[in-house]
Each structure stands twice: as structure tokens, then as C-alpha cells.
Design a protein around this ligand. Structure first.
Ligand code: USQ
Length: 395
């Protein structure tokens, strides 16, 4: 049985990834310190529905499928917690068989503070974002260097690292000709939040590890993800992933659908021309799986742009309004003064072929997919809190 560890296994993507690999016969371990949940409580932004603890979810998963996902509650910013997964000191907080699972073939690294607005609430949240995201990555890099150089690291990066340059965005690398000589360099990066900047820095850390110690790293430059249900979470409603619709932790498509369901005018920031690449939560799982199946070589930092299609914010708002109206909702759009510093009219032409080349089959944001999301969100209509939808975290 191949062993895979999911760092950040309680998160929006971490838990669905854990079930996905478990269902496909892998030995899976998840680690998390609940920092996302705790941050939501601390800043009082509710989630759409309550989600059981990781231990409870692993228990439900076992009851329903007979499969085991081992759970560790711990802070990976502590190097000893990280190193325990490689030297056998790890203690499982939930497992059927608590003997050490051994060194993993693959590590999926989601254990980062993932929100741009959170990273810019104040100097403390900025500092937490930088220290957590960089320390966890550094601890992972050294643990792999010291114990398991063949372990493949799949790190979630973000398209926001590139910003919105006035040239086509390549997949991670750019050939440059300068004064008659040629070289290949990381594509220029210029993020527009502290969170996105921390992701540039962790790519640089791992690129250093690849050059120094021949580590194997895949960096998945992901766009904003939408969706709630995956094939595995459909097994039992208690297995659904966390779902934020608030300004700080919610991503735009999930937010717009929730706003439409509760009759809150869609919060289009600025002129709504901000164009990004988007993907369905099912495709995140496929992309991680295909990357795991075709690991990076020793000494390779392999970078994929993990998006399936691009939309401007206005296009997303119009699509949400169209589908909402078909379902009988009254949906209004409201352009509000953009709380973020970002270009609202810009060129955007990223390449995203690499993941398709290794076997990913894209899903698109069709009316049907959006209708499915509306129906799921509507089941929780009564618990949607309007006061968390827009508070105006500015930078
Ligand atoms: N936006 C609105 N109205 C809203 C919320 C967002 O117009 O109510 C706009 C934003 O201004 C932005 C775009 O929608 O231009 C996307 O915003 P988002 O909040 O969905 O996504 P973002 O802050 O960029 O971050 C999210 C995830 C992050 C991931 C990133 C991928 O939170 O973890 O890395 O998407 S990317 O954006 O490609 O960098």
C-alpha cells in the first residue's frame, strides 16, 4: 500500500484529498492543528454548516467504507512534530492500527494560512501567515532532506504568485535571452497580498532544496476553487468539507452562490474586470492524483498551472445571477469600492496544459454545475449569516 501524508488535512481541500486517496487504496495520514477553524472562531465568521472534528470524520469514514485515515492533531511549524512522521516518533490521535505507517512516498502540503484578506487584517495576522507558511515549508524541506530524499513533495502554490503581468503566463518557468545568452528562470512573480507573497517565498525555499539536495517537488499553481461535494463526501453528509462564504475565508464563486441564495446583492469588487483561472474541487483532487502518479524527478521542481478556465468577476456574477434567476431567486449585483489593491482591467493569458498532458480531465463551471451548488447551499439557507458577508478588510 502506498503511503501518503496530507499536511493541512482538516482544510477545504485537505479533507477531500484524504478521502479521495483512501478510497483508491492508499494508506493515508492527515495532520492539522485546526488553525483555520480557530481563526474562523476568533474573527467570528461562521461556516455554512458545522463540521465534525478530524477524529470524528475519520471514524465516520471508517464506519462507512471500512478504510482507515490516521489522524494527528499537531502544529507542523514545530520541527519535532514534522520530523516525527519520518523517524517514527509520531503518535496518532485516531487510528485503527497505531503502529508507525513508515516513511511516505508522497506528501501533499496544504498546511498554510490560505486567505489573502486574513493575511492583511493587521500586522499580527500578516506575521502569522508568514511564519506559519514558511516554517512549515522549511520543516518539511529539512525532514525530507534528512530522512527521505525520494519522497515526492506536492506543494499547493497559487496562480496569484504571478500577479497579472502584461505578458502570457507560462507554467512556472521562463526562457530569457539577455545580451546574447539564454537561461531558464522562475517566471517573474509579483503577488498582491501577504498570503500570496508567502507562497512565492515557499516556492523559493523548495527550489533551493531541489538545487541543493535533489529533492523531488511538484508545485501546483492553483486558482480559486469552487464546490462543496465530492464523490467521497456524498457517502455521508457529515463527510462534507468545510465551506466558508465570508469575506475572509470564502472564495468568490462559493460566496456569490451563497449571497444569491440569501438575497444579498453579489459583492463585485470594483469594476469586476479582475480575471483569474478557476477550478472545481473535483479537479483539485484529480490534479493532485495525477501529479502523485507521475512524480517529479530527483532534482526537479515541476510546476503546473492548476486552472481549468478563466473568468472575470463580472462574468462570474452574471453567471450566478442567470442560474439563480432560473431557480427562482431574485439576484442583484452591486459593484462596491474594491477593498483590495489589484488591477481591475488587465491582460490575462496563462498557459495551463501540463496537467491535461498527464491525464487530468477538466470539469467546467456550467449552468448544471452551478445549479447543483445552489441546491446544496440552499439546504443551509437558514444558517447563512449576512453580517459576515462583507466587512471590508482593506489594503
Ligand atoms: N472578489 C470579488 N468579490 C468578492 C470576493 C472576491 O470581486 O466578494 C474578487 C477578488 O477581488 C479577486 C477575485 O474575486 O479579484 C478572486 O478572489 P477570491 O477571494 O476568490 O480569491 P483569492 O483571494 O485570490 O484567494 C483564493 C484562495 C487562495 C488561493 C487563491 C488562488 O483563498 O487560497 O491561493 O484563491 S489565486 O487567486 O489564483 O491566487
Amino acid at each position: 500500500m502506498k503511503h501518503i501524508i496530507i499536511l493541512g488535512g482538516d482544510g477545504y481541500l485537505g479533507w477531500p484529498t484524504a478521502m479521495y486517496f483512501s478510497q483508491r487504496g492508499y494508506a493515508v495520514t492527515v495532520v492539522d492543528n485546526y488553525s483555520r477553524r480557530n481563526a474562523c472562531t476568533a474573527i467570528d465568521v461562521g461556516m455554512l454548516y458545522p463540521v465534525p472534528t478530524l477524529q470524528e470524520r475519520a471514524k465516520i469514514w471508517h464506519e462507512k467504507t471500512g478504510k482507515e485515515i490516521k489522524v494527528v492533531i499537531g502544529d507542523l511549524a514545530d520541527p519535532e512534530v514534522m520530523r516525527g512522521f519520518f523517524d517514527g516518533r509520531v503518535r496518532y490521535d485516531w487510528a485503527i492500527d497505531s503502529t508507525f505507517s513508515g516513511i511516505p512516498e508522497t506528501i501533499v502540503h496544504y498546511a498554510e494560512q490560505p486567505s489573502a484578506p486574513y493575511s492583511l487584517m493587521n500586522y499580527k495576522t500578516a506575521s502569522f501567515t508568514l511564519s506559519n507558511n514558511l516554517l512549515v515549508t522549511n520543516n518539511l524541506m529539512f525532514a525530507v532532506r534528512d530522512f527521505a530524499r525520494d519522497t515526492h513533495i506536492i506543494k499547493l502554490g497559487t496562480m496569484g504568485e504571478y500577479g497579472t503581468p502584461n505578458i502570457d503566463i507560462e507554467e512556472g518557468w521562463l526562457e530569457i535571452e539577455h545580451k546574447g545568452r539564454k537561461g531558464k528562470f522562475l517566471f517573474p512573480r509579483q503577488a498582491s497580498s501577504i498570503y500570496h507573497t508567502s507562497k512565492i517565498m515557499d516556492t523559493d525555499l523548495l527550489w533551493f532544496g531541489v538545487r541543493m539536495w535533489n529533492l523531488r517537488v511538484t508545485d501546483l499553481m492553483q486558482g480559486p476553487v469552487y464546490g462543496m461535494e465530492t464523490e467521497e463526501s456524498a457517502i455521508d453528509s457529515r463527510l462534507k468539507t468545510i465551506f466558508n462564504y465570508d469575506e475572509v475565508f470564502g472564495t468568490v464563486v462559493n460566496r456569490f452562490i451563497t449571497q444569491a441564495v440569501v438575497g444579498y446583492p453579489l459583492t463585485v469588487y470594483g469594476k469586476g474586470g479582475q480575471t483569474r483561472g478557476y477550478l472545481n474541487i473535483d479537479d483539485t483532487l484529480q490534479c493532485v492524483h495525477m501529479s502523485e502518479q507521475t512524480p517529479a524527478q530527483a532534482g526537479e521542481l515541476r510546476i503546473f498551472n492548476q486552472i481549468m478556465e478563466t473568468f472575470s468577476v463580472s462574468q462570474l456574477a452574471e453567471l450566478t445571477a442567470e442560474v439563480g434567476k432560473q431557480l427562482g431567486y431574485t439576484v442583484a449585483l452591486k459593484c462596491i469600492d474594491n477593498p483590495r489593491k489589484e488591477a481591475e482591467e488587465h491582460y490575462y493569458n496563462p498557459t495551463y496544459q501540463g496537467l491535461i498532458d498527464i491525464g487530468v480531465k477538466p470539469h467546467y463551471l456550467t449552468h448544471e454545475v452551478m445549479t447543483g451548488m445552489f441546491k446544496l447551499v440552499a439546504q443551509h439557507k437558514n444558517s447563512i449569516r449576512k453580517d459576515v458577508i462583507f466587512r471590508g478588510v482593506r489594503w
